[in-house]
Write a protein that binds this ligand. Sequence first.
Ligand SMILES: [Zn+2]
Length: 276
Amino acid sequence: MKKLLFGTAGIPDSAKRKTTEAGIERIRELKLDCMEIEFVKGVKMSEQTARKVREIAEKHSVKLTVHAPYWINLNSQDKRVLKNSKMYIINSAIIGSICGARDICFHPAYYQKNDPKKVYKKVKKEIISIKKEIENLQIDVILRPETMGKHSQFGSFEELILLSQEIEGIEPTVDFAHLYARSLGEINNYDRFCEIIEKYEQALGKKALERMQIHISGMKYGENGEIKHLEFKESKFKYRDCIKALKDYNVQGFLICESPILEKDAILIKKVYEKL
Ligand SMILES: [Zn+2]
């Protein structure tokens, strides 16, 4: 893949049916390039459907990525919650890879008033164990912990860069709207976006820059970070600066739009990018 692909977080609103298959067909009609399969409320897709999804995606040359369920907390003290959290990531990888997706994004954990350094160690240990299980299953995926927008959530840019340097085969999903919210509006101009991309490349290498999984949307934040996703035009998030930085650094991979007006905003940023 030598390109930045534009797509939606989930099935476009204008798809004929609320199925992954109809979503892929709609992505093609809209001249977008990719779609993130949202397993956010559970991995409910059968292997049989996943094979069908792969066939349709290949037919239409639409690339796919995966978002694992929301209820993941690799820092949970509750054994059952921890076990389920690991299972959600593993099942997302199993079904996602049958769909032909390679990038599996997940929200790693909550601090729950624990020392962030301790949480880091715990999350690292659990991701290593998940990675071993996935290797045993011989599934070729990149597990991608996502940069998170709330201060209660583990997943600062620095934490995830370090995690990715320390565990082979782990790379972050970079959500620029989350970075903006977490930094309380600090990371919101061309230079700051470039700085993020440069740090990413320095830490993980040029190849990693050519296969990024990025989330983007408008964003409302408060004193504790993220409040909610907004349309680009309703938010102070400087999406044009962000798109320009991605283009200037020739970032490649997936740019997934998480705006409430999914495909409309995905098309908007694709046009902005193409006009630069
Ligand atoms: Zn996410």
